[in-house]
Design a binder for this molecule. Structure first.
Ligand SMILES: [Zn+2]
Ligand SMILES: [Zn+2]
Length: 330
């Protein structure tokens, strides 16, 4: 099979390798490019040492099943969760399964033509979907968004501000809008600003000055610029909260005015990844309201042109880019 191998900073190569062995063999149809994939490509990542196959937003079709105790059969369309919690460790039992210490991970990334899973993964990580529709490659990123919304207590508020209208910020906006919330988005880059103006019902601004004087029940920082934390904290309404969604390097420091935390009871939280319940909820939201999500995939590339997708995203152009994995078939 063909696989897109990450070989080091800004180095990707299509290589030939054996089809993997496992109890369930899945032909990958579409793989979304995640912010983490882009970050790894540009700056490296401590989890993903080259050479490695990246990609974890996977839609496929089951082609072979030797597993017992599974209802999967060849021809089933599936979404593969890159990991699922164990359900029994202290974190899982304590109600924060996204921090599970014994997750069942898929063995490889999905920027390749086939992935294989064992019995346990077939049971835990693989979800049937009705069709091989690329919109389902948004299930994993949406699951991360739903975890964030949970941490933000978004049920309570009505007015939200998303700072950073890239693929994840826009997914946040789409999810909140789909739940009936009012969302404003701040995005400085030209392409994304224009896209948001044309394609989203939300208010879109290009800078902070345009929302000065307004207050929001929740603010989502979907851009990992540390200074934004202190700059936007005063815009959170009394009792509201701010979510640090973008990942920051470990030794980063931010400056905030604690007045807002004490006297105005503003809270600050973060989130990482997702858990099974978020993945299942994301699947259900996309199934029920595809129209709110599918426009977010703005670019498709065949596997042989996947390098171009990374170049595009590096330039801050496009929302979600998805790779069509069947090599040589356009
Ligand atoms: Zn992702
Ligand atoms: Zn666990």
């Amino acid at each position: 099979m063909k696989a897109l191998m990450y070989l080091g900073l800004e180095k990707l190569e299509i290589v030939e390798m054996p089809i993997p062995a496992g109890e369930v063999l899945i032909k990958v149809l579409y793989s979304g490019i995640c912010g983490t994939d882009l970050k790894t490509y540009l700056h490296g990542h401590h989890f993903f040492k080259p050479p490695v196959i990246l990609g974890h937003e996977c839609i496929g079709e089951v082609v072979q099943v030797t597993a017992k105790n599974t209802s999967l059969i060849p021809g089933d369309f599936v979404a593969a969760a890159p990991y699922i919690e164990c359900g029994t460790c202290d974190m899982c039992v304590g109600g924060i399964p996204e921090l599970c210490t014994d997750k069942s991970f898929l063995k490889t990334g999905c920027f390749c033509e086939y992935i294989a899973v064992d019995n346990l993964q077939a049971e835990r990580n693989i979800y049937k979907i009705s069709a091989g529709d690329p919109v389902y490659s948004l299930v994993e990123p949406l699951a991360c968004v739903l975890n964030g919304m949970n941490r933000l207590n978004s049920d309570k508020g009505q007015e939200f501000l998303v700072v950073g209208g890239g693929p994840m910020g826009t997914l946040f906006a789409a999810a909140l809008t789909s739940l009936g919330k009012n969302v404003s988005v701040i995005e400085p880059s030209d392409w994304r600003y224009s896209w948001l103006r044309e394609n989203h019902a939300n208010e879109v601004f290009s800078n902070r000055e345009e929302v000065t004087g307004r207050f929001f029940d929740g603010i989502i920082l979907a851009a990992n610029v540390p200074a934004l934390v202190g700059q936007y904290l005063p815009f959170v309404r009394e009792g509201g909260s701010m979510l640090l969604f973008g990942g920051y390097a470990k030794d980063v420091r931010v400056t905030i005015d604690p007045y807002h935390i004490h006297y105005r009871e503003v809270s600050l939280s973060g989130c990482t990844g997702f858990s099974k319940k978020h993945f299942e909820k994301a699947l259900q939201m996309i199934r029920n309201d595809k129209g709110s999500f599918d426009s977010l995939i703005t670019h498709y590339y065949p596997l042989e042109e996947s390098q171009n997708a990374f170049t595009l995203l590096k330039a801050g152009v496009g929302m979600k880019a998805v790779i069509r994995m069947s090599y040589g078939q356009d």
